[in-house]
Design a protein around this ligand. Structure first.
Ligand code: HEM
Length: 447
């Protein structure tokens, strides 16, 4: 089995190490972007905001995707207690992703674009990503074998893997004149695909998190329970229809918006479930609190709660008209990708790198300091973005037309808070990343 020894540099760990590097560099781009809000024109000569933004967003999106692949690669082998169907395919997939991502980031640096928001690289580079993903699907299906009596996390992985490919391809339908010729159809498909794509990677991460929760609690009750399947189907339903809140401002059919609003409200169900679960876990929290992975899982739960409150508020059409195109959308995107996705992924990585139960005070201390720095500063970062968004929304709706530059000047103190808290948050993350990478590299050396 690929993951038996902590001292082996497995392909799953290579995926994870590369993803951690992308997270670290991605945050540097984020800090530079934040600085450009305060000092307009900063680094404009070579690294304008048009380049910095995609460099930041693509790096952090690939952090999420690659680490999810690495975690699933490792957990499938623990689940089946066998090697992956083909380690060679997994190796080829890694090489394809590595080369493509490098090409994407370099092309951004030279101002070569051609794609759409979030995937701004030349569409030709989407081809190897799709091919690499197909290899992943083949490896996954063959490694899992039968689907009979599988726990909920296997269904989540399966659903996430298929839907990711589907939505990724869908996000490129604009390349065909049939879709591109009608702007409303084009935009609807575009935003639908992005919304569902996030739902797909959530499935990958949530599946692995349930695997880890079972592992920490030492039994498989939760992953076979009825409520876990109910949660899975609600998540699936949301994945398929929740994207509607991305298109409220488009003049598309009313029923699309109404269904999506009702579906968005089903998130209330998950919210209720999470609060209940949170209450129930309080006593065991005390017992497991010293485990770094457990802390990251629990804190992600708090961020689920905060972000759901924001998402549900944003999903009310009358409010969405105001929040659209403001920093509230950015707060929603960063709040979920950092607070939920990144913290869950860090919990998984701590477990996969076998640091959870290890009696190593140095690493536990740096993980603990990093944990508190990231969470406190993220809260300030996230709240300031919402405040900036509310002020911009007020400006957008103001009948006395205040010039854009005056509005931006008024928001400057908030942008400074965003920049400072974002930088401190990055220091916290870097401490965690550095500890994780150092520990792995040292253990490879011993080997
Ligand atoms: C784990 C770390 C991070 C993740 C996962 C992350 C994720 C994201 C995502 C998904 C977006 C796109 C938002 C949208 O289009 O609505 C974004 C934009 C952005 N992020 Fe981050 N981010 C991270 C850290 C940071 C840090 C530390 C800063 C520093 C201040 C930062 C500054 C920015 C800026 C300036 C934008 C562009 C906002 C705009 O277009 O106006 N990010 N980030």
């Amino acid at each position: 089995m690929e993951r038996l020894s902590n001292r082996q540099l497995t392909i799953s760990k290579l995926f994870i190490l590369l993803s951690l590097i992308l997270l670290a560099t991605g945050m540097v781009w984020g800090i530079l972007g934040g600085l450009q809000y305060i000092i307009p024109g900063f680094l404009k000569g070579f690294f304008s905001f048009e380049k910095i933004r995609p460099l930041h967003v693509s790096s952090v999106v690939f952090w999420i995707i690659l680490s999810s692949i690495g975690c699933i690669g490792s957990y499938i082998q623990e689940h089946t207690t066998k090697n992956l169907y083909s380690l060679l395919l997994f190796r080829i997939q890694f090489l394809i992703f590595f080369i493509s991502i490098l090409a994407i980031l370099i092309s951004y640096c030279f101002g070569i674009f051609g794609g759409r928001e979030y995937w701004e690289f030349n569409p030709i580079l989407a081809l190897p990503i799709a091919i690499g993903w197909i290899l992943f699907i083949i490896n996954f299906i063959k490694s899992i074998g039968s689907l009979k009596k599988q726990p909920v996390y296997v269904w989540m992985w399966l659903t996430g893997i298929f839907f990711f490919l589907f939505t990724f391809l869908e996000s490129y339908l604009w390349l065909f004149p049939y879709f591109k010729s009608n702007i409303i159809t084009d935009m609807t498909i575009q935003w639908k695909s992005y919304g569902s794509m996030v739902g797909s990677w959530n499935m990958l991460i949530y599946g692995s998190s349930i695997f880890l929760m079972d592992k920490i609690s030492g039994n498989k009750t939760y992953s076979h329970s009825r409520i876990a399947y109910l949660l899975y189907f609600t998540g699936l339903f949301n994945l398929m229809f929740n994207w509607g809140h991305h298109i409220y401002t488009l003049p598309t059919h009313g029923y699309v918006k109404h269904i999506s609003y009702i579906v968005s409200m089903t998130e209330l169900f998950i919210l209720g479930r999470i609060i209940l679960q949170w209450k129930n876990t309080l006593s065991s929290a005390k017992k497991n609190y010293h485990l770094p992975a457990y802390r990251f899982l629990i804190v992600a739960d708090i961020w689920v709660f905060l972000n759901l409150l924001l998402a549900i508020t944003m999903s009310v059409p009358a409010i969405n008209i105001y929040t659209h195109g403001t920093h509230i959308t950015v707060a929603h995107a960063m709040g979920t990708t950092i607070g939920i996705n990144s913290f869950l992924l860090l919990a998984l990585i701590v477990d996969i790198f076998q640091l959870n139960y290890r009696n190593d005070n140095t690493i536990k201390k740096s993980l603990s300091i990093g944990f508190w720095i990231t969470n406190i500063s993220l809260f300030i970062f996230w709240t300031s973005m919402i405040i900036a968004g509310i002020l911009k929304a007020k400006w957008q709706m103001n009948i006395t037309q205040i010039p854009f530059s005056s509005m931006m000047l008024q928001l400057k103190p908030i942008f400074i808070v965003i920049f400072v808290s974002g930088t401190i948050m990055s220091i916290g993350f870097l401490l965690i990343i550095f500890s994780l990478i150092k520990k792995q590299i040292l253990s490879f050396k011993i080997n």
